[in-house]
Design a protein around this ligand. Structure first.
Ligand SMILES: Nc1ncnc2c1ncn2[C@@H]1O[C@H](COP(=O)(O)OP(=O)(O)OP(=O)(O)O)[C@@H](O)[C@H]1O
Length: 374
């Protein structure tokens, strides 16, 4: 088991906090643990009931929820520009992430059984499907927290020579990811994973939490980080909270701080890479209004949206795993439906409720009768 502050060989992702992640694939074991006994650069002891896997690049495993200071706009006032998905006119150069025949089993449980889909630049994609079908698992595989299984087909050629064919891969900008998290595989794209649960370092201030990556791994001077933290907090509708401790924040504020932490980046780095955010059930457990606020916040940090201070968002594409109809309608443009470990339907959000696919129809209506059986 890896403990906190562990550097993964050759990795390019940073995990300020990961909750309840575990994996035992290949040589990398990722397990969420408490961060007791670990210190950040400033010498402060990190305390949180969460794990930190810190590596050089960045996947931000943070949290997300209601942003109480941002008032939701009515849907008809929102200026979103959905990416038109047209299978016939797909431009492969726009593809940021591709899951190609991805398999994943946990022991004898075969969860993913050949998952195929692509995420293009500018897209806002929802992954939906029945419970336990592997939605969170595919997010963890995309972010590099879990490795897909290698499935080998044993074939006997006519000459009786065995041929092994391996498949099940994630491609990041057309390059196959090797192993779990690797610098080579991830260069050119930053991927953030935003967990539903709050996961701030209790012993650090809001400023230190949001600027964690920059304080630890950039050469930016402190005053520049301080300014960037303030700007990023303003982007998610928070002001004058930098010096507060997480215990002094409401639950919704904590989750906004976590979102700020997931979108901050080193502005002195010449190569500004596009960023993809993966949200795992960001509106689960929220009341309808709080859900709307979060859905708009997700839109606002996207390149096609505007943040709380009117600046265009920076997230190139995002993927949301959700069960909430409101989130499906408001926060994403295209849907990927997973069932029994495979993509059984893809379509635009407005096609979801009119689909005649029996699986989608049953899911959309909540009917007990149909192909989905619990
Ligand atoms: N690390 C793990 N070890 C063993 N089993 C796991 C692990 N991670 C996930 N699973 C199992 O894989 C299955 C799929 O889990 P996953 O969380 O991906 O489903 P999901 O579609 O996101 O479900 P839900 O909609 O209920 O959140 C579940 O049966 C789960 O128990």
């Amino acid at each position: 088991m890896m403990t906190t502050q562990t550097w993964l060989a050759g990795s390019s992702l940073i995990f300020p906090q990961i909750i309840n992640i575990s994996s035992s694939s290949s040589s990398h074991n990722l397990t969420a643990t408490a961060s007791e006994g670990h210190y950040c650069k400033s010498g402060k002891k990190l305390s949180a009931s969460s794990l930190i896997h810190t590596t050089r690049g960045r996947v931000y495993c943070t949290s997300m929820a209601s942003s109480q200071n941002i008032k939701p706009k009515p849907a008809d006032e929102l200026q979103f520009h959905p990416t038109i998905f047209n299978a016939d006119r797909q431009d492969e150069t726009d593809v940021l992430i591709e899951c190609k025949d991805v398999y994943k089993s946990f022991g004898k449980k075969h969860i993913l059984r050949g998952v195929n889909f692509k995420i293009k630049h500018g897209e806002a994609v929802g992954i939906i499907g029945p419970s336990g079908t592997g939605k969170s698992t595919i997010l963890k595989i995309i972010s590099g927290l879990l490795a897909p299984d290698k499935v080998s087909c044993f074939r006997i050629l006519l000459v009786q020579w065995p041929l092994f064919i391996s498949f099940g891969e994630v491609y990041i900008r057309g390059r196959r990811r090797r192993g779990l998290i690797s610098d080579d595989d991830m260069s050119g794209l930053r991927i953030g994973l935003v967990f539903q649960s709050a996961a701030l370092f209790d012993s650090l201030t809001v400023r230190e939490n949001v600027g964690f990556l920059l304080y630890e791994h950039s050469r930016m001077p402190d005053d520049q980080i301080q300014q960037l933290v303030a700007e990023t907090l303003a982007a998610v509708g928070l002001k004058d909270v930098e010096d507060r401790m997480p215990s002094e924040l409401s639950g919704g504020m904590k989750k906004r701080v976590a979102l700020a932490r997931s979108i901050i980046y080193d502005t002195t780095n010449n190569t500004i890479e596009p960023e993809v955010l993966l949200y795992d059930e960001p509106t689960a457990g929220l009341d309808p209004i709080a859900s709307t606020v979060v859905e708009d916040l997700i839109r606002s940090v996207h390149v096609k949206g505007q943040d709380a201070v009117g600046k265009p968002g920076k997230i190139a594409s995002y993927v949301v795993v959700t069960h909430q109809h409101s989130t499906i309608k408001r926060a994403v443009d295209r849907l990927v439906f997973l069932h029994e470990g495979k993509v059984v339907w893809e379509g635009m959000t407005d096609e979801f409720t009119s689909s005649t696919n029996p699986i989608v129809e049953q899911f959309a209506s909540g009917n007990l009768d149909g192909p989905i059986q619990y």
